[in-house]
Structure formats: C-alpha cells, structure tokens
Design a protein around this ligand. Structure first.
Ligand SMILES: [Zn+2]
Length: 143
C-alpha cells in the first residue's frame, strides 16, 4: 500500500493567491515604490539650490522677475529653506494663512502675487523676522 503522503494535495505556496500560475515576480523586477516628490533628491536639489547661494546679489521672483531680497539679508537658519531678515522695500506682501491647522503669515510677491513662503517672528536682529522662502520661487542674479 502506498504511503498516505502520496495522496495528499501539494500545499499551496505560502503567500500566493489561489489561481496564481507561474513563478513569483522577481523582487528586483517589480516596479519601484514611487517616491514622493517632496522627499526625492531631485526636488531637494532644485529647492535647495539657492540655499547654498552665498554670492552677493539679488533674489528675485521666479514668476515675474521683481527683485525681492538682497543677499546681505540672507542668513543660515538651519531649516533647509533660504531665510532672510527682511525683504526689499515694498517687494512682498503678507496675509494670514490658516492652512495646515496653523496660523502663519504667508508671504507673496507684491507685483504678481506668487506665493513665496512664510514669515516667522523668530529671526535674528535687527528685524527679528525670518522670511522662510521656497527656493523654487526665487531666481538669483549675482552682482
Ligand atoms: Zn512676482
């Protein structure tokens, strides 16, 4: 008499749905998990490009070209965002921003209205302000 095991059904491969035929896909060939653009290196490189900008010059609106900040007002805030103590006279406007369950002061270009970032009251002297600006909203012109 044949051993009982000969009549048992072969166990399904663990973890594969019933009806799946063929070999499981190789992990290296499966589609890569998409990376959110905010954490991808490409985004960081472009957003942080002006973070390391230390030459004298002017930062202008990427939307309309209006000069917004002078390089001598820029400081290293440690936040990863280009930060300035003050904008050029009349270059930016602000409004209260209540998004993300916070009350912040939004900063935008006075000419074209492009969103630039936010201003916080924790900057260094003499202004005590920190204009925290998204690098992709700015262009830099040395000189
Ligand atoms: Zn503008």
């Amino acid at each position: 008499m044949a051993p009982i095991s000969r009549f048992r059904r072969r166990p399904r491969t663990a973890g594969w749905p019933r009806g799946t035929l063929g070999n499981p896909p190789h992990p290296a060939r499966s589609p890569a998990i998409p990376v959110h653009p905010r954490v991808s290196r490409t985004y960081c490189r472009s957003a942080c490009a002006l973070l390391a900008e230390k030459r004298p010059g002017r930062f202008s609106c990427a939307g309309c070209g209006q000069a917004l900040f002078a390089s001598d007002g820029k400081f290293e805030s440690g936040t990863g965002w280009p930060s300035f103590g003050a904008p050029l006279e009349g270059a930016v406007e602000t409004q209260v921003d209540r998004s993300l369950f916070m009350v912040r002061t939004e900063v935008h270009c006075a000419r074209c209205g492009s969103h630039l970032g936010h201003v916080f009251p924790d900057g260094p002297p003499p202004t005590g302000l920190r204009y925290c600006i998204n690098g992709v909203a700015l262009d830099f012109a040395p000189g």
